[in-house]
Design a protein around this ligand. Structure first.
Ligand SMILES: Cc1cc2nc3c(=O)[nH]c(=O)nc-3n(C[C@H](O)[C@H](O)[C@H](O)COP(=O)(O)OP(=O)(O)OC[C@H]3O[C@@H](n4cnc5c(N)ncnc54)[C@H](O)[C@@H]3O)c2cc1C
Length: 227
């Protein structure tokens, strides 16, 4: 049984070697006569300067040359349904056809978890759902059909790979206070992971109000609404 957002695990399990140098070399290529194979002889300082310059111009395609892979576990199917809407990414998700889920395993939203009465009702509902799921399996209904009764709250595991440009877009949309709490929590965890290994690319990443300087949602009551 899962008790809400604190159970989510997010681990950066791989990324492009030199995640900032490769995009910086790509940025320099666009502005110089240097042959691509000689770009790695440039100084780190020169590469950093040109990457900053090209990004300020909005030529963000150069950061597509670095990719990051995350292992994400114990999140709800509700979260992954939103996550996979981000098409510029690659995914592998635990299957509800090949894996059976005999034990109840679900995420509880904090607003429900903090209210004893609501939490009890929620847990009872989950218990009934899983009982019926197991009944269907016992009656010979394959997992691919029995799973139809499982809820959005059911826990799942997923691996996602995104390039830096797609991550910037993901952070703009999902670090926003208007985004749903669970995917916002995920986005903030992913952002803190990539900042450790590629601070130059992600130093200004975050919700659109931070990157664009205005609120595309025009949420004037948001504490982050630009002054
Ligand atoms: C707060 C919030 C509420 C939402 N509510 C809903 C909702 O009620 N219903 C709903 O259906 N969705 C909803 N969404 C999902 C949203 O519409 C997007 O599908 C999702 O955020 C993925 O964003 P994206 O398309 O920018 O990302 P990606 O799919 O990763 O695309 C990245 C960028 O690539 C470009 N791109 C990708 N594919 C194409 C294409 N085929 N043609 C042209 N350009 C392309 C676009 O510039 C796009 O921004 C919501 C999202 C948020 C953040």
């Amino acid at each position: 049984m899962r008790l809400g957002e604190s159970d989510m695990n997010v681990k950066l399990i791989g990324f492009t070697p030199n995640p900032e140098k490769i995009p910086a070399m790509a940025a320099k290529l666009t502005h110089s006569k240097t042959k691509p194979e000689d770009l790695d002889k440039s100084s780190d300082r020169e590469l950093k300067t040109i990457l900053d310059h090209v990004l300020k111009l909005g030529h963000t395609s150069v950061i597509e040359h670095s990719c990051f892979t995350f292992a994400i576990s114990d999140v709800s199917r509700s979260l992954t349904h939103q996550l996979v809407r981000h098409r510029i990414a690659s995914y592998a998700q635990q299957s509800q056809r090949y894996v059976d889920f005999k034990e109840p395993n679900y995420v509880t939203p904090p607003k429900i978890a903090k209210d004893k009465k609501m939490k009890k009702a929620y847990d009872e509902t989950m218990s009934i759902i899983w009982k019926q799921y197991n009944n269907l399996l016992k009656m010979g209904i394959p997992a691919e059909d029995s799973r139809f009764v499982l809820p959005n709250a059911a826990c799942t595991n997923i691996i996602v790979t995104m390039n830096s440009r797609s991550l910037m877009n993901f952070f703009e949309l999902r670090c926003c206070l208007h985004a749903q709490w669970e995917i916002r929590k995920l986005a903030n965890k992913m952002l803190s992971e990539v900042k450790k290994v590629a601070p130059g690319i992600f130093k200004n990443a975050g919700p659109a109000c931070k990157t664009k300087g205005y609120c595309p949602e025009n949420k004037k009551d948001c504490p982050l609404y630009p002054k």
